[in-house]
Design a binder for this molecule. Structure first.
Ligand SMILES: Nc1ncnc2c1ncn2[C@@H]1O[C@H](COP(=O)(O)OP(=O)(O)OP(=O)(O)O)[C@@H](O)[C@H]1O
Ligand SMILES: [Mg+2]
Length: 280
């Protein structure tokens, strides 16, 4: 590879203690890379370990073994202080737009927070940057003086995205960013993420249980099954010509508008499921 990866996850294992000396292996030695400006989709069913990958990258969950490298630096066991400064380069958008914004603070204060450490910025600079980012995410300028309770789920997710991008990070971890939203709003928020990714040259780890959603925003797709990567490749290829039976099963499980196609897909899903028990 000619270019150095922005993020490298190497042979990452995470065990969770289950009591009486037993452990649950949530991640069984996974490796993945994200290039600068690249969106990697991480897909898998509930419990496959997607959020755990994101949390280790963000320093919220401890790796049992293996490493996470960011821009040539091993950040697996970064100090609290280093984590705080890394927050400028690595940002996050969570699933729940209701829980992720402080209800007691104005949107303007919430958005200004990531900029507060930058001593070169005056109050005026910060106010300008807040107005600019609100415009970028398609929110009216008066949003800054209002509180989260005044906005819908989709609008809050736009605000959470604004907070994530305001300090111009290099990597954003998006953990099911549209899963809590209505279908019609999902597409708008996905398009927003995609256009910001392109215009800002952001790298993204885009986590979702829905392969179709992942396909829409990702350059590359990584499929996780019970803590192991079973397939990865070009997003179009993984979506249109999945090689692994588990990926086919995931695809078959995705809802489609046509009931006939849906029925056929479900039948495929059941077959793939049966085949899986013998395979993995
Ligand atoms: N702190 C923890 N302690 C014990 N087990 C945990 C902990 N966090 C996660 N797990 C377990 O690890 C597995 C992977 O969890 P994770 O949240 O990464 O899955 P996921 O793929 O994000 O699922 P979902 O699609 O439901 O969000 C699950 O079986 C979960 O119960
Ligand atoms: Mg999760």
């Amino acid at each position: 590879m000619s270019q150095q990866a922005l993020l490298q996850v190497k042979d990452l294992r995470v065990n969770f203690p289950q009591g009486r000396g037993k452990v649950f292996q949530a991640l069984k030695g996974i490796s993945l890379d994200i290039q600068p400006g690249e969106t990697v989709g991480l897909v898998g069913e509930s419990g496959s370990g997607k959020t755990t990958v994101g949390r280790v990258i963000l320093g919220l969950t401890e790796a049992t073994s293996g490493d996470v490298w960011f821009d040539g630096e091993n950040i697996t066991h970064a100090s609290r202080e280093r984590r705080r400064t890394l927050g400028r380069d690595i940002q996050v958008v969570f699933q729940d737009p209701y829980g992720s914004l402080n209800p007691a603070r104005t949107i303007g204060d919430t958005l200004a927070e990531p900029l507060m450490n930058d001593k070169s910025l005056s109050r005026n600079d910060i106010a300008e940057r807040v107005a600019e980012v609100l415009q970028q995410v398609g929110m009216p300028a008066d949003t800054a003086s209002r509180y989260p309770g005044m906005f819908s789920g989709g609008q809050r997710q736009r605000i959470a995205i604004a907070r994530a991008v305001i300090a111009k990070p290099r990597l954003i971890v998006c953990d099911e960013p549209v899963s809590a939203l209505d279908l019609s709003v999902q597409a708008q928020v996905l398009n927003l993420l995609k256009s910001l990714q392109q215009s800002m040259g952001l790298a993204m780890l885009f986590i979702s249980h829905d392969l179709t959603v992942v396909r829409h925003v990702s350059h590359r797709t990584v499929v996780l099954y019970r803590g192991d990567i079973v397939e990865q490749g070009d997003a179009g290829q993984v979506h249109e010509r999945p090689e692994h039976p588990y990926t086919r099963a995931l695809l078959a499980a995705a809802p489609v508008p046509d009931p006939l196609i849906q029925r056929e897909r479900r039948a495929q899903f059941d077959l793939a499921r049966q085949a899986l028990s013998g395979l993995i």
